[in-house]
Design a protein around this ligand. Sequence first.
Ligand code: ADE
Length: 233
Amino acid sequence: MKINVLTLFPDMFTPLTTSMLGRGLEDGKWDLNLVDFRDFTSDVHHHVDDTPYGGGAGMVLQIMPIKKALDSLANKGKVIITAPQGKTFNQKMAQNWSQEENLTFICGHYEGFDQRIYDLADETVSIGDYVLTGGELPTMSMIDATVRLLPGILGNAASPIEESFAHGLLEYPQYTRPEDFEGMKVPAVLTSGNHQKIAEWRKKESLRATALYRPDLLADYHLSDEEKKLLAE
Ligand code: ADE
C-alpha cells in the first residue's frame, strides 16, 4: 500500500517512521509519500490561504495548491480529507482502507478549507468530536490504525483478529505473570488449562465490558442465544 499525505508540515510525520510502522516502511510493506502542498503555489510568497469571502476571522485554505498537488500524484486512490465535521473514523473503516492499493490524505492546518476542496475528496473523516489545530494528528492516527492491519506489520499475526472492535465487541481482559500481585489475583479459570472454559470466560467478559462501557456497540451487535445466556449469567 502506498499512502500519500498532502500537508504543510511533513516534519510532523516522523512518528510513523518509528516502531512497527517504521520497520514496515523499511521492509517495503507500505510506503509513505509526504507532499508539501506549499510547493504547488505560484505566487512569490507561496501563500496557501486567503481571507474568507463575506468577511470574518481567520484564513481559508485555497483550492489551487491542493488541486495541483493532487494532480501531481501518479496514484491517488481513495482521497480523504480530515475535518471535525466528517464521519467518525472507526475500525471498520480501517479494515476497508487496509484493502486499498493507494490512499491520499489531505491535512488542513489552523484554518478551514475552501468548501470546493471537499469536492476533490471521496470522504471527509473525523477522529472525534473535538477540534485540533490540524489534520496531521488525525491522519497519523488513521494511518496507524490502517497500516497495522496490513500483512507482516504486527509481530503476532493473530492479534488484530482478537482485539477490540474486530468483531463489534470490546476485547476481553488479559493477564500475564505474576499470578498474584500484592493480593490482586489472575482469574483462576485462566490458569485452569480448560480451553473451552477459558474461551467461554473470555466471550462473557468481552460481552460484559461492551455492555458496561460501550452499550452503543452492543446495540449494533447481533447476540446469539448462547451469548444472550452468557450475558445474563
Ligand atoms: N482537524 C481538526 N480537528 C479534527 C478532528 N477532530 N478530526 C479530523 N480532523 C481534524
